[in-house]
Structures are given as structure tokens and as C-alpha cells.
Design a protein around this ligand. Structure first.
Ligand SMILES: [Cu+2]
Length: 128
């Protein structure tokens, strides 16, 4: 056999191996998701914390929050970077509100009633 023949055989084997390797997984092309599905989050606020204190969302996604005030004082939820302020929710009440993140980043949400943020009523929303 000449070097050229051996080279040709090697190339043919590589092509066959590649075809076999790809055939197992590349069945259908991946379709990029365009529609962002809405997100529903349940948050409980009390003295002086949020539960959960970490939530995540996507840009352009409608985030609907069901917020229960499980504490004794009124509380709310503010996200400065997303220009969002909920109404103030009284003790024992539940409110539902929505916002749509318009930028990527990690932002704080907090209770804007006097001193509540300072006492620890802060959470984090990561938007990607
Ligand atoms: Cu509060």
C-alpha cells in the first residue's frame, strides 16, 4: 500500500466515525426559545425578612408575585433598578402584583417601610 492509499483509508474511517458519532445525537436542530414564559413566585414577608430571599427571572418575562405578609407590621417590596414598588401589604394579607424585568443583573429587593431594610428585610433578584 502506498502512503496515499493508507491516508485515504484513514480519512474515510474518520468520516465514517464522525458520521456515526454525530448520528446519535444531532437528530433535530435545536430551536431557540423566543417566547419567555411568565414566572410565578410566592414570597412571604415578615419581621424582618423575605422567604425566599432569592428569586430569579429573565429579561422580558412577566414575573407575578403572590406576596403574603406573614408578620405583624405592614410590608412592601421595592426593586429600585427595575423601577418597581408594590403597594403596602397589611399584616395577614396577600397581594398579587407583576413586573417585567427590563435589564440583566443582580438587584436587591427590599421593604421600604422605615427601618425595615436596615433590619434585614432585603432579598436578591437575579435577572438573566
Ligand atoms: Cu417591611
Amino acid at each position: 500500500m502506498t502512503k496515499t492509499t493508507i491516508g485515504t483509508i484513514v480519512v474515510v474511517l474518520l468520516v465514517i466515525a464522525g458520521w456515526w458519532f454525530m448520528g446519535g445525537r444531532a437528530v433535530a436542530p435545536t430551536v431557540t426559545e423566543i417566547t419567555v414564559q411568565p414566572e410565578t413566585v410566592t414570597i412571604s414577608g415578615s419581621e424582618f425578612k423575605y422567604e425566599p430571599a432569592t428569586i430569579s427571572a429573565k429579561v422580558g418575562q412577566t414575573v407575578t408575585v403572590t406576596y403574603t405578609n406573614a408578620g405583624k407590621y405592614p410590608h412592601n417590596l421595592v426593586i429600585d433598578e427595575l423601577s418597581f414598588t408594590s403597594k403596602t401589604i397589611k399584616a395577614g394579607e396577600t397581594e398579587t402584583f407583576s413586573f417585567v424585568p427590563d435589564k440583566v443583573g443582580t438587584f436587591s429587593f427590599y421593604c421600604s417601610l422605615p427601618n425595615h431594610r436596615e433590619k434585614g428585610m432585603v432579598g436578591t433578584i437575579s435577572v438573566n
